[in-house]
Design a protein around this ligand. Sequence first.
Ligand code: GLA
Length: 753
Amino acid sequence: MCIIINKQKNTFHLCNEEISYIMTVLPNSQMGQLYFGKRIKEREDYSHLLEILPRPMASCIYDTDKAFSMEHIKQEYGTFGATDYRIPAAEVIQENGNRISEFCLHDYRVEPGKPKLPGLPATYTENDAETDTLILGLEDQQAGLRLELTYTVFARGGIIARSARFLNHGGQTLHLSSAMSLCMDLPDSEYDWIQFSGAWARERYPKVRRLEQGIQSVGSLRGHSSHNHNPFVILKRPNTDESHGEALGFSLIYSGNFLAQAEVDTYDTTRVLMGIHPNGFDWKLSPGEEFQTPEAVMVYTDRGMNHLSQTFHSLYQKRLARGYWRDRERPILINNWEATYFDFTEEKLIKIAEKAKECGIELFVLDDGWFGQRSSEHAGLGDWTPNLDRLPEGINGLAQRIEDMGMKFGLWFEPEMVNRDSDLYREHPDWILAAPGYRSSHGRYQYVLDFSRKEVVDCIYRMMAKILSEAKISYVKWDMNRSITECYSAALPPDRQGEVYHRYILGVYDLYERLTEEFPQVLFESCASGGGRFDPGMLYYAPQAWTSDDTDAVERVKIQYGSTYCYPLSSMGSHVSAAPNHQLNRNTPLRTRANTAYFGTFGYELNLNLLSEEEQEEVKEQIRFMKEYRHLIQFGTFYRLKSPFDGNITAWMTVSSDRKEAVAGWYRTLNGVNMPYTRLRLQGLDPEAEYEVEVRGSCERGTFSGTQSFRIGTRCGDELMNLGLITSDASSGQNENAESCDFDSRIYILKAK
Ligand code: GLA
């Protein structure tokens, strides 16, 4: 990896073995973009890559030049109105009302490693040899504003991390009404745009469409990254598939309002923008003040979508997630939410915990309802003290009982929220976000605490830290169950109200930072009504997240599949829940619920006492299996094999780094009669190796079991990857294989001999 600077030709070339990212200083001193893609050789001169053609209707910078128009030049951080008409990377309003900016290169520096972003989550390095960073210092003299564009190139993987910082060193007060983390002008528009969209309980479905002239975008204005759209998009060449072809991934390490956008102009060039959503954003920069954008990560590959995802997985698993749990196998947990909802007593919990322990579960998590007057959604949020009617010995007593059983104890919080019926609200009614004179809207009968205020964050910190330091707590589920409305802070002046959404998220990050630092061995799992804040920002603090409130196995296959485009399996909270399922009323086999949940952090979300003895034995066997294979599953190389969005069968697999072991999941939505022959082409194996292959679940000879493995035989790696693994079965029909059913699934285990 290196950053090559050619002072004569004014070019900057960031590269590693996989990629080149080349910029140039334009004749007007602004920064031009020349290339981002597969590594190309270093040359003396790249000036021929700068396309400047005279165009009809162009507005031009120089009196004597009919070609030099910013509209038609690929740039690094475009601004609006001085010959460029595309949506800009930033907009600055000066005291005289002027919105024109001109950021000209003033200086630059190269630093080994990667600087931290104060108060914000970001990728990091463990030693300086892992990355190099280029910081371009640009100046708008008129505004007295410095803009620093930071580019970090990683030694491995086609990764560039970017962010922008504004420093007001002039005498006037400025307002930033837009400040993107990334602006990337691409030379063509031959791409499919893939966004990850959905709703509560069906998060992150990939949606694909061809880029067209005009603007296509996704974003959130809900105050959290949202169930609706994820801050991640892919541009792939139309012929790119999972194992071949070019793709670019753009991911924003941020948990609040965001925008991800591609604008294709009339000459078929594409501008990608990513950053904080400009709607509702207005950041006041008084003289001497700075503003730092969140970080955006771009990944390029020419080796298909699986490779793009694997690059994000290893970056986010190893260099975004942090701390004690980063590289550790995640504990198998039981969560009482779907087992009891609010209807529990300590004894009921203990009974669930005892059975869980007997089955081999390692962590018992007490969900909502343990604090204040919380016996329904209407009361208690904000009062983070145990309800002694329910838990006579408090959290300390319950945690101790669980520990004495030989399990760890975890606890649910929703730190950012308050019910009106709570002591906290009665004491501080002005601590919620509320627009003066207007009604305050509720979501689930709760209101959003003004986390832009330090005293509010401090108060919640004190309550949480007290519980975490007094009781034996090993895990925290941090929930956030409503979107923000009436985003106004009583503590900020009128001209800073446009800062509230971002300051709110900074407050959330601050609380996370303090708690994770003070309690480094506590495993944090983030949650927002399931996957409403399943984003890289959260991953920096909490190495795992509750993927969705939908625990139905068939739905979960889709949700987890969509999530794997960006996020590693170790980040995906996934549990076995009861049948019929509570969200859909669907019955799926216990083995399928487990076969789905294995591909994540794994746990249970039901009352195990209500299962039959046979089912309890199956659960014990599932836990034994997961303990044996979780390291491989959570930290191996993950491949998508067959998409649930394309047909009846879904498949995926993880392979160990030495390619000696692999586990594949196979899921069939509907059973069929006398079905066609099927094969599954595996990936990532050693073509030279011979693998012993076993299956758990029904198999081609009609044998079936949720718990036992059946030997299929010895197969060669090259055969499995090219010809495929035969997965055909006779299915029902003659009643020989009656156990094969709808929502069936199998796990294939491969071990090199
Ligand atoms: C949210 C979470 C659930 C559960 C409930 C408790 O919906 O996503 O897992 O914790 O809140 O109220």
